[in-house]
Design a protein around this ligand. Structure first.
Ligand code: ADP
Length: 481
């Protein structure tokens, strides 16, 4: 079984968001259990290549927008592994990269439609090498259709992993012509472009042989409007072919200087350091909050309403985040209010070291997200022995067990969050709290378990593809998704 994992980023070579971490870690865990995976990504100028051996391979000719673009194929390996990383270079399309490559504006959709075509040309050049193409998010949304158009029935199987359904990659309908998808070739595309734009996530999800999401609960939640939004019905049409596999975390990235024997003293020391650093009281409980300030996803409204309850409960809030400008100033303003000044510390920045100190020194970590496809933050905080208080949604629901390794609440409301905060404070400083800390530290979210599940899923999808192909052959029909 040989797999090609196609994505917009792969850490540590190209890291823009959490997707890069997944794409950089999963193949290493798969390699350990004997799965042969190559990774393919755009070769942005921001790629960190120091210390890597990079080999220049063939030039591919990519027909795009009525002209021919040359893409040069480079190859390197993920550190300390035999995993090949294929880097596709083209000065006209893969010049963007960097901070905004996660957003879905028009220029990025153009870049990734071109990427999809280049990936397919690469696969063609390696005829019959890959059994399955593992696509990731909207960036790879047209790969299945292009494979069908270019290779036909004998194309490799495809799996598309949805990391976050709220980013869909909506682009100009002309991109389809550019990439060589003609009217009449795919019914759903013809229907979609009646409004003059094309939704790349929609076509990825509907054309792929199988869909996966990054947690089992999120796989169920996206079937409903509340979280699946305008694609909920589309996701429902794929029931039976959707499965969730929890992301793992790479524990090497989160060194911890204490263990089950000495966590109490070590964390007390860390707490007193952060209390100093952020002008808080080391004798009162500290709730940490570390997040992108994204009001759609991260539950900022619920958190904001709960700050009064935290302070009135004689506890404190320590927030680290950046994002929506209006929320940044709203939070900073609140921290100036004499009512909150002493007990609330708002830090508007992106600072990985500061995050590490907050994870280690806080008594609890708040994760009030409205939805959370998987979430790393609760896993990191458990590893550091800081029980998370989370809204039971998506990956938060799948990892945090109420009263065992953290605290959960069901409804996305500040009333429910307040109740959970109260419950968590009731046992502060007791043996019950200590037990929760220890259970949290013992939880294992390493990639090994998830890699086994991906291996099984790859095998299943390859079988499904064979079955579908036989079915199509028997009916003598061409595919027309
Ligand atoms: P998402 O991918 O939706 O942002 P996750 O919980 O999956 O949420 O991952 C967030 C990651 O980003 C965590 O590693 C967290 O520590 C880190 N992070 C978020 N905001 C900040 C910040 N302001 N400074 C440092 N690290 C941050």
């Amino acid at each position: 079984m040989k797999i090609l994992l196609a994505a917009s980023e792969v850490a540590p070579i190209i890291k823009i968001g959490g997707l890069g971490d997944v794409v950089g870690s999963l193949p290493l865990a798969l390699e350990k259990i004997g799965v042969d995976v190559d990774v393919i990504v755009p070769f942005y100028p921001i790629a960190k290549t120091e210390g890597l051996k990079i080999y220049k391979g063939i030039d591919l000719e990519i027909p795009f927008g009525g002209k021919t673009e040359v893409v040069t194929v480079y190859k390197t390996k993920l550190t300390d592994s035999d995993v090949d990383v294929i880097l596709l270079q083209n000065a006209n399309y893969f010049r963007l990269g960097g901070k905004s490559a996660f957003a879905d504006d028009i220029s990025e959709t153009e870049m990734f439609v071109f990427f999809d075509r280049a990936v397919v040309e690469f696969i063609k050049s390696k005829y019959n090498t890959y059994d399955l193409i593992h696509c990731n998010d909207w960036h790879t949304g047209l790969i299945t259709h292009l494979l069908t158009d270019e290779i036909g029935k004998t194309r490799p199987a495809t799996l598309l992993t949805v990391h976050n359904l709220s980013y869909q990659g909506v682009g100009d309908e002309d991109l389809l012509q550019d990439v060589g998808i003609v009217p009449g070739a795919h019914r759903l595309i013809d229907w979609d472009i009646q409004d003059s734009d094309v939704n790349l996530m929609l076509h990825g999800v509907t054309s792929t042989d199988f869909v996966s999401t990054v947690s089992p609960t999120y796989a169920k939640e996206i079937l409903f409007k509340d979280i699946g939004g305008t694609l909920a019905e589309v996701m429902q049409s794929r029931v039976g072919r959707i499965e969730g596999i929890l992301n793992g975390i790479n524990y090497q990235q989160f060194p911890r200087s204490y263990d089950l024997e000495n966590w109490k003293e070590a964390k007390a020391e860390m707490k007193s350091k952060i209390a100093d650093e952020f002008a808080l009281d080391p004798n009162k409980p500290i709730f940490g909050f570390i997040s992108r300030l994204d009001p759609n996803q991260k539950g900022l409204d619920v958190l904001y309403e709960s700050i009064e309850h935290i302070v009135e409960s004689d506890a404190q809030l320590l927030l680290l985040g950046t994002g929506a400008k209006d929320w940044e100033s709203k939070l900073e303003k609140l921290a100036q209010d004499p009512k909150y000044k002493e007990n609330v510390s708002i830090n508007i920045k992106f600072d990985v070291k500061m995050a590490e100190r907050i994870y280690q020194g806080s008594d609890y970590l708040l994760v009030p997200s409205r939805f959370e496809p998987c979430g790393l933050i609760q896993m990191i905080s458990m590893h550091y022995g800081t029980p998370p208080v989370v809204h039971a949604t998506g990956g938060l629901k799948d990892t945090v067990i109420d009263g065992q390794n953290g605290f959960t609440y069901k409804l996305h409301s500040s009333k429910d969050l307040n109740d959970a905060i109260t419950r968590s404070l009731e046992i502060f400083g007791t043996k019950e709290y200590d037990k929760i800390v220890q259970n949290a530290m013992l939880a294992d979210f390493s990639w090994d378990e998830s890699a086994k599940k991906y291996k099984e899923l790859y095998e299943k999808v390859i079988d499904i593809r064979k079955r579908d192909m036989n079915f199509v052959n028997a009916r003598g029909e061409e595919e027309n998704g």
